[in-house]
Design a protein around this ligand. Structure first.
Ligand SMILES: [Zn+2]
Length: 200
């Protein structure tokens, strides 16, 4: 897997085929997936209006890459600030981090993991990520509040009924019901005309 900047350049490269640019966008979304890959991908398809036939609007791929880029910039800046803080704390003999940051190596999917690919926050990705990291830094308890939308949790261990973010992060995936058929539809960007169910 190559780096995010290299893949983002490919998304914006109009000399490449639309399919190649789409796959480069997928690589970008694997690097930066605050909702988990599938929900992040669904968000991009909807927010950037990526059409089923890519050649109808190739700029949509660039819009999606731009949104991921803005989000990545937010996380990288916070990660650098956190690393600098830890260095200062270690220098003063404080060895234990107060709270570990909510990002992880899986595309930062622990920041605001959404087990249902079609139920995730609707605002700009960078804004949502910033809100989560602000609430985290403010010491707001993830057990009592949804860090993405701020509402109080009434029940533990469930995805937020308002925005879809699960407090357990990607670990919640193993308990979520499989939605493979829905995901295939998201991947094909068939979001506006769902097939009519067959009547037996
Ligand atoms: Zn929420």
């Amino acid at each position: 897997m190559t780096s995010f900047p290299a893949q983002a350049r490919r998304v914006r490269d109009s000399t490449l085929s639309p399919q190649r640019r789409l796959y480069a966008l997928r690589e970008c979304a694997l690097h930066c997936a605050p909702y988990g890959f599938r929900a992040t991908w669904h968000h991009l398809v909807v927010a950037a209006r990526i059409p089923r036939s890519l050649s109808d609007d190739l700029d949509a791929l660039v819009r999606a890459a731009d949104e991921l880029q803005r989000t990545r910039d937010v996380v990288l800046q916070r990660a650098q600030e956190y690393a600098a803080l830890r260095r200062r704390e270690k220098a003063t003999g404080r060895r234990l981090p107060r709270t570990s940051p909510p990002w992880n190596s899986w595309g930062w999917s622990r920041i605001a993991y959404c087990p249902d690919p079609e139920h995730h926050p609707t605002g700009p990705l960078a804004t949502v990520v910033e809100a989560v990291l602000d609430r985290h830094d403010a010491g707001i308890s993830v057990d009592r509040y949804c860090l993405a939308c701020g509402i109080e949790r009434r029940r533990q261990g469930l995805a937020c009924p308002s925005c879809g973010v699960h407090p357990d992060g990607p670990a919640a995936r193993w308990r979520a019901s499989p939605a493979e058929e829905g995901w295939q539809r998201v991947w094909r960007r068939e979001l506006d005309d769902r097939p009519t169910p067959l009547v037996p």
